[in-house]
Design a protein around this ligand. Structure first.
Ligand code: NAP
Length: 319
């Protein structure tokens, strides 16, 4: 059922696509198309390169009968909210939508980045799940690098999973402060250590981490774009060897963390970042952004189709 470029697509075929700018580098088409094909769903995943000026028109076009919805990526995840009929409470709290569902002539907005991140951690045995399926990061300290869109999703995700401590490290301290305020915690700017371990978020400037105190059972999440291939150097394959030379954390800081530290670098292009190389050299467990990409995509697939995502098939297209 996969549609070849240039081939005519039947009107009965459902459409779903990625709204963003740029979109050409995305792994979502192969991830989602493999899932539709595996379940025999007549749907085609397209790339919808969309400028800010064209966003409202593109979103309105999702109301066409054959359209299942869309994924949304940089730079429209926030701007898309007022264009939707109903925004899921989690997405509204985060202030970012990455999945739109066309259902009963309404457009619904969701954020699957946040639960996708937690599913990626759970899959790597970080955190615990109770018998009801509730996931918890109690006892863990999350060191979140970044305060942009992806970091916002991560901050809401880990606080909703009861992480014991959150430390936000960002180049712009002001943006880190705003994020700490938005997630409803009081924040303490470095170098003062946190006294209240459950409700206080520490914030640090990315280039001044000398007072960052490593706690046992830390999870370091890189949600900055440091280490990512620059846009003019976008690769569309996961197998290339090239690694960017930059890392968001110097090795002198990383070396202070205990061996039970887990690192998730949201960057997946390149698949092997400088941060991952540094971490593995220190014997720390570390994964790139592909598991998170997989899980946010699987959740979006289920929202569009109402069916469980064929996770292993989707995984085989990107890992
Ligand atoms: P964004 O909103 O533009 O935020 C970028 C973040 O990176 C900000 O915290 C920014 O700091 C920081 N930053 C950028 N350039 C920097 C530099 N030269 N030095 C230090 N800090 C720098 O982007 P985003 O949507 O959050 O995406 C961030 C990363 O996450 C990207 O690599 C993206 O591909 C990845 N991501 C992965 C997934 C996944 O499923 N794996 C999902 C979403 C995003 P300032 O605030 O100081 O500008």
């Amino acid at each position: 059922m996969a549609i070849q470029p240039g081939k005519t697509v039947s009107i009965a075929t459902r459409r779903v696509g990625l709204i963003g700018d740029p979109v050409a580098h995305s792994f979502s088409p192969r991830l989602q198309q493999a899932a539709f094909d595996a379940l025999g769903i007549a749907a085609y995943y397209e790339l919808w390169q969309t400028s800010a000026d064209a966003l409202a028109t593109q979103v309105a076009s999702l109301l066409q009968p054959y359209c299942l919805g869309a994924n949304v990526t940089i730079p429209h995840k926030e701007a898309v909210l007022p264009l939707l009929d109903i925004v899921d409470p989690l997405a509204a709290r985060i202030g970012a939508v990455n999945t739109i569902v066309h259902r009963d002539e309404y457009l619904y907005g969701y954020n699957t980045d946040a639960p996708g991140l937690l599913n990626a951690l759970a899959e790597h045995n970080v955190g615990t799940r109770d018998t009801q399926g509730n996931f918890s990061l109690k006892g863990h300290t999350v060191v979140l690098l970044g305060a942009g869109g992806a970091a916002r999703s991560a901050a809401f995700a880990v606080t909703s999973a009861s992480a014991t401590r959150l430390i936000i490290v960002n180049r712009s301290l002001e943006r880190a402060q705003r994020l700490a305020t938005d997630i409803g915690t009081r924040f303490i700017a470095s170098p003062l250590p946190s006294t209240d371990q459950t409700e206080t978020t520490q914030i640090f400037c990315l280039n001044d981490t000398k007072f960052l105190i490593p706690h046992p059972r830390s999870i370091i999440i890189n949600a900055t774009s440091v280490g990512m291939h620059s846009m003019h150097d976008v690769r569309t394959t996961t197998t290339q060897e090239h690694t960017e030379e930059t890392s968001p954390l110097p090795s002198e800081v990383l070396v202070r963390f205990t061996p039970d530290t887990f690192i998730l670098d949201m960057v997946y292009n390149p698949v092997q970042t400088r941060l991952l190389i540094q971490a593995r050299a220190l014997g720390l467990r570390a994964i790139n952004g592909l598991p998170m990409l997989l899980h946010q995509g699987a959740l979006a697939f289920t929202l569009w189709t109402g069916q469980p995502a064929p996770l292993d098939i989707m995984r085989s297209t990107i890992l």
